[in-house]
Design a protein around this ligand. Structure first.
Ligand SMILES: NC(=O)C1=CN([C@@H]2O[C@H](COP(=O)(O)OP(=O)(O)OC[C@H]3O[C@@H](n4cnc5c(N)ncnc54)[C@H](OP(=O)(O)O)[C@@H]3O)[C@@H](O)[C@H]2O)C=CC1
Ligand SMILES: O=C(O)C1=N[C@H](C(=O)O)C[C@H](O)C1
Length: 272
């Protein structure tokens, strides 16, 4: 049994996590949170997460309170960068493992997460889907084999409510492509406009679309002479992100402190 606390349970991911944890036999939800000051605080978590049935756990508007007496093994957090960093501090102080799906951290925020991971085990990944994590590895392999004669572009599309751009997954894809091609971050181009001139060799483009209810789509294009490869992942609902996060929750509870990613959880060894 992995005793689980879920944060941000009124959100798109938080409510999905509550539903899927409840359906699992080994992940009792022993605590849940909503934003501080939320009118949903004090209501049953099952109703807040729109399950239609009570969970017999009250939504708290403070993670510390949700952890009090809960004997939690792990906290699963998909909220926003500021909230996640507060939650990571509380987990570090309480000695509770953490799974972070939140994206959009600044470099300073990421450094804070690394500091907390010196005290407790943390799995942080911009995309918890097993399929996406395999696509990330395939993109690196394609880049290595195709080499510099192919022009590489990353395109992502998400729903109109998404707050960060480019997506965390697109940034992760860019990071592994930079490494696989022996490039630097200076080779990344995030937008094009005006008299850009011919495409510089070695440039890696990263572009974001926003609209409607798109759950999450990522394509890596490899444009060659006379051929083109497109590596695409399309999420059509959020369940696979949540299932990946719950798999990470089972894996991280009881581990040594450290900052882990989904490649660790999935046992994907070697370079990306
Ligand atoms: N790694 C992955 O696989 C995935 C990552 N994500 C990332 O997860 C994050 C959340 O996405 P999504 O669910 O769509 O966003 P939502 O806005 O739907 O959900 C976020 C929730 O967090 C709540 N919240 C904000 N601050 C706090 C706090 N201090 N304590 C408790 N709850 C809080 C919000 O409350 P309120 O509504 O009151 O503001 C909201 O309900 C984003 O960073 C997104 O990019 C998303 C999908 C997959
Ligand atoms: O905000 C979202 O919705 C998603 N965010 C993640 C990201 O930024 O990569 C993952 C997924 O594509 C959905």
């Amino acid at each position: 049994m992995t005793r689980t606390v879920i944060t941000g349970i009124s959100g798109r991911m938080g409510s999905t996590l509550v539903r899927l944890a409840k359906a699992a036999s080994d992940l009792p939800v022993v605590g849940a949170t909503v934003r501080p000051g939320s009118p949903l605080a004090g209501q049953d978590a099952g109703l807040v997460a729109r399950l239609g049935t009570p969970l017999d756990v009250l939504a708290q508007d403070d993670l510390g309170r949700a952890l009090d007496g809960a004997k939690a093994d792990v906290v699963v957090d998909f909220t926003g960068p500021e909230a996640t960093l507060q939650h990571a501090r509380i987990c570090a102080e309480r000695g509770v493992a953490l799974v972070v799906g939140t994206t959009g951290f600044t470099p300073e925020g990421r450094a804070q997460l690394e500091a907390h991971a010196r005290r407790v085990p943390i799995v942080a990944a911009p995309n918890m889907s097993v399929g996406v994590n395999l696509v990330i590895r395939m993109a690196a392999e394609l880049a290595r084999v195709l080499g510099p004669s192919f022009d590489v572009e990353v395109l992502e599309a998400h729903h109109r409510m998404k707050k960060d751009a480019p997506s965390g997954t697109a940034l992760k894809l860019a990071e592994v492509l930079v490494e696989a091609l022996g490039r630097t971050k200076d080779d990344l181009t995030f937008a094009r406009e005006g008299q850009t001139g011919a495409r510089p060799p070695g440039e890696i483009g990263v572009q974001a679309l926003r609209g409607g209810d798109v759950v999450g789509e990522h394509t890596v294009y490899f444009f060659g002479e006379g051929e083109r490869i497109e590596l695409t992942h399309r999420a059509t609902n959020r369940d696979q992100f949540a299932q990946g996060a719950l798999r990470a929750a089972r894996w991280v509870a009881g581990r040594a402190p450290g900052l882990y990613d989904m490649a660790d959880v999935l046992g994907l060894q070697g370079k990306t």
